[in-house]
Design a binder for this molecule. Structure first.
Ligand code: GLU
Length: 425
């Protein structure tokens, strides 16, 4: 992820929760929602903020701050990942939980939205410290979770190993087997085939659908900002699913790199695995984070953190299409600028919804304890992505609004209807 993303996430002008509320307000206005409905949907239903004391390897104890926000459960149990990040705050978690609510809704899966996290730098924690932190988080939250309540999953800097420790701790606390309490687990303890690359796969499928409608060349050039799980799989799957494409630039915390002849995605992934970062790739010229975002490419994948494309740099963007694999990479000011420039933006909670969709499949499989072959996961994911992209695109055309607002109109309508039929408002 780029340093600029990390440093802007906390500034008050780019407070992600304020951004999430502004985006929602625009949709609520267009949908003419009544005041009580607006009040309900612009705030989380429940929030947990707590301390987690952890015994460190050197014998000292350290106290971490943990969070879980259950944003809205009108459509089903709340669902969403856990982010371990040095800059995590209650407001970043609230924003991410709101976006999960709209994500599950736009995908038409029977779940609500939630998110959680810990303020920490996992790169500075040993494996044992990570395990104790994961188990500590779960001990606090176990009573508020469950397949019929709230189901966590991985997000930035968390992974299947952490999910397995958390599931195990949940089972210790509750004294029963309950694989559907958390998703993104390793296969051997009830994970789903196809979960690992699902976020990127869903995004690339959206790009395919978008290219068919916009005439943008799927085998043209692309760039990836952020080279974690989603960015790496996007690099690979873009070629595999779209039948071509030249990967011109890529970035991670070690820097941004450009290769006019195009990178080999497999080599990049292998280099990152061996060296821990992208720097030192042969044929690569180092560029700035800003230059990467301003490259002339057919498709740009922001795949790191919030608020990287802002009012200050959106004017420089020369990509024809942006597929937001990160949550919240584009601010509302940037949205207006990109719309005026005619950039086709596939908004985050549609573009990166493949992850939670396969998490939902994992929950379903874990609940009836019977697991699907990979082909079935891929088939079901594709059907969900194609359907969701089509409904957002239809709204975009009918209402003549940009794709993010169209996605909000689709998602908020469904949640508001669930709130209404439940008789809450
Ligand atoms: N953290 C992912 C997201 O932002 C996945 C959530 C999940 O699988 O529940 O969508």
């Amino acid at each position: 992820m780029s340093n600029s993303a990390e440093s802007t996430a906390e500034s008050s002008s780019a407070n992600p929760f304020k951004i999430a509320q502004r985006q929602f307000d625009q949709a609520a206005e267009m949908l003419e929602l009544e005041p009580a409905m607006r009040d309900l949907l612009r705030w989380p239903r429940r929030e947990y903020k707590f301390t987690i004391p952890v015994k460190m390897d050197n014998g000292d104890s350290r106290v971490f701050h943990g969070y879980r926000v259950q944003y809205n459960d009108a459509c089903g149990p709340t669902k969403g990942g856990l982010r371990w990040h040095p800059e995590e705050t209650l407001d970043t978690v609230r924003a991410l939980a709101a976006w999960m609510t709209w994500k599950t809704s736009v995908m038409e899966i029977p779940l609500g939205g939630g998110k959680g996290g810990v303020t920490c730098n996992p790169k500075e924690l040993s494996e044992g410290e990570q395990e104790r932190l994961a188990r500590g988080w779960m001990r606090v939250m176990a009573r508020q979770l469950g397949g019929d309540r709230d189901v966590p999953a991985p997000d930035v800097y968390t992974n299947p190993k952490i999910m397995a420790w958390m599931m195990d701790e949940y089972e210790v606390v509750t004294g029963r087997s309950h694989p559907a309490v958390i998703t993104g687990k390793p296969l051997v303890v009830g994970g789903s085939l196809g979960r690992e690359d699902a976020t990127a796969r869903g995004g690339v499928l959206c790009v395919r659908e978008a290219c068919q409608r916009t005439g943008i060349d799927p085998s043209g050039s692309y760039a990836i900002q952020g080279f974690g799980n989603a960015g790496q799989f996007a690099a690979l799957l873009h070629r595999e699913l779209l039948g071509g494409g030249k990967l011109l630039a890529v970035s991670d915390t070690s820097g941004a790199f450009y290769n006019p002849d195009g990178f080999d995605p497999e080599e990049l992934v292998e280099h990152k695995r061996r060296r821990g970062g992208l720097s030192g790739m042969s044929g690569a010229r180092e560029i700035s984070a800003g230059e990467l975002l301003a490259l002339e490419v057919d498709i740009l994948y922001p795949a790191a953190m919030e608020s990287v494309i802002t009012g200050a740099n959106a004017g420089e963007v020369r990509a024809r299409m942006i597929c937001e694999l990160a949550n919240g990479p584009t601010t509302p000011e940037a949205d207006e600028i990109l719309e005026a420039k005619g950039v086709h933006v596939i908004p985050d909670f549609l573009a990166n919804a493949g992850g939670v969709t396969v998490s939902y499949f994992e929950q379903v499989q874990g609940t009836y304890n019977y697991f699907w072959p990979l082909e079935k996961v891929h088939r079901e994911l594709e059907a969900h992505m194609v359907n969701a992209y089509a409904s957002v695109y239809r709204m975009h055309e009918e209402q003549k609004v940009h794709m993010r607002l169209a996605a909000y109109l689709v998602a908020v309508t469904r949640v508001a209807e669930a709130v209404r039929v439940r008789g809450w408002v």
